[in-house]
Design a protein around this ligand. Structure first.
Ligand code: CTP
Length: 404
């Protein structure tokens, strides 16, 4: 059974979606997990500890100040004697407490005391989910390493209102639990190692200035996540970006192209290399150790540039060349012919070409319209979100391995 022997601490907070937690307990136990429930006071307004305890076949913990519970288990042990803490439903109120480190009841105290991975399944009215305060709290929690499943779009249970706020279905939550605990069925890329580069590079001019570009890292990070989702063991080498590290992989942070090359070569051997980073082609030949000052009357400094290593080309011609090498081509004109030339020059098996002219909004944006260029043909994909491009590309890569 997929979750055999896994111990889940299930925190149920007070929302109408709590009725689904009863089914969730059943689904988790069917797969071999043991479920220890904690209920907030709000949760007990919607479902009873009796029903929860009967389905979980365990004591239900509700009170931070219960002398008996403290003696038997204690809230610190409760927080740590498990493989995963699952908060379902996670109300706006409980998430606000979590984001601010409040600990005024058993659920929030356990969440502050735990050193285990935490998965939250939010459920609330769409307006509450969209509220700036909730947005802030979710961002903070993501930054703290809390994982989320949902909320989903759809009609709310308590009103005819539609929007994003519905708790994920029990089976969706179970799948996320399995993924987090590494119990998911092996994906088509399991056992394969992948290296992905993402984001821009920063090439220093002096200690405070650098040369950069508009890459956000969204496409590269999404590809790394999509490959990991199919089971690959991913090393993501990321330039400076403002988006969070995807979970479930090794992330190496670098600044300069030379550091990126070293990190990529250090991660070899691998089966797959997807070079998405917008690596600066040039760096300043000799960057200054001190801030370059302006001196009135003196001539304006000129920057002498020198070429950066071409990481894709190095990997494409390496003695430890991965079986599948994928590059990107950011073009503003003659997309197809330029991309074809890159395929040859860089020793790649596939080039994902996109038109990054400012009018397309692709660079730094959330959508992408790409052509897949291979030695045996070209495919034009429709306008897609960067996540969709990533999952299609990961599937294409998995197909290639399936075909050998
Ligand atoms: N690339 C790389 N190292 C570099 C430059 C580019 O690994 N120093 C990789 C990119 O990650 C991408 C591919 O090469 O996968 C093509 O990048 P692109 O910027 O489109 O091409 P360039 O090689 O820089 O060529 P040009 O600037 O002439 O278009």
């Amino acid at each position: 059974m997929a979750l055999s022997g896994k111990r889940i601490l299930l925190i149920i907070s007070g929302g109408i979606a709590a009725y689904k937690s009863l089914d969730l307990i059943r689904r988790l136990r069917e797969r071999g997990a043991s479920v220890r429930p904690v209920m907030t006071e709000g949760a007990q307004q919607f479902i009873t500890p009796l029903a929860v305890g009967a389905l979980a076949a365990d004591h239900v913990f509700t009170d931070l100040f219960s002398r008996q519970d403290e003696q038997d288990v204690g809230h610190i042990r409760l927080a740590r004697d498990c493989d995963l803490v699952l908060v379902a439903p996670a109300t706006a109120d409980l998430m606000a407490k979590m984001a601010n480190g409040l600990a005024d009841d058993l659920a929030s105290t356990v969440l502050l005391a735990t050193d285990r991975p935490v998965l939250a399944a939010p459920a609330m009215n769409p307006k509450m989910w969209a509220h700036a305060a909730t947005r802030r709290n979710v961002e903070t929690l993501r930054g703290d390493g809390i994982r989320f499943i949902g909320p989903m779009a759809g009609e709310m249970a308590e009103s005819k209102e539609a929007g994003v706020g519905r708790m994920a279905e029990p089976l969706e939550i179970v799948a996320a639990v399995e993924e987090m605990l590494g119990a998911a069925t092996p994906g088509p890329l399991s056992g394969r190692k992948a290296i992905v580069t993402s984001g821009p590079t920063h090439e220093p001019i002096d200690p405070v200035r650098y040369i950069a570009n508009r890459s956000s890292g969204r496409q590269g990070h999404a590809i790394a996540a999509a490959l990991a989702k199919l089971g690959a063991e991913v090393t993501l080498v990321s330039g400076p970006v403002n988006i969070p590290d995807p979970s479930g992989m090794t992330v190496i942070h670098v600044e300069r192209a030379e550091e990126m090359r070293d990190a990529v070569l250090g991660a070899l051997p691998a089966d797959i290399a997807v070079m998405v980073a917008a690596v600066a082609d040039w760096r300043v030949a000799s960057s200054a150790d001190q801030k370059i000052k302006k001196h009135p009357g003196e001539s304006i400094p000129t920057l002498a540039l020198t070429e950066n290593p071409d990481i894709l080309r190095t990997v494409g011609h390496h003695t430890m060349r991965p079986k599948l090498v994928v590059g990107f081509a950011a073009e503003t004109q003659d997309v197809e012919s330029n991309a074809r030339a890159k395929l040859e020059r860089k020793g790649a098996d596939m080039i994902v070409a996109n038109d990054v002219s400012p009018a397309t909004g692709i660079m730094g944006g959330t959508r992408n319209s790409v052509k897949i260029i291979r030695h045996d043909g070209i495919e034009q994909w429709p306008d897609l979100s960067k996540d969709e491009v990533a999952s299609r590309l990961a599937t294409l890569i998995a197909d290639r391995f399936r075909q050998g």
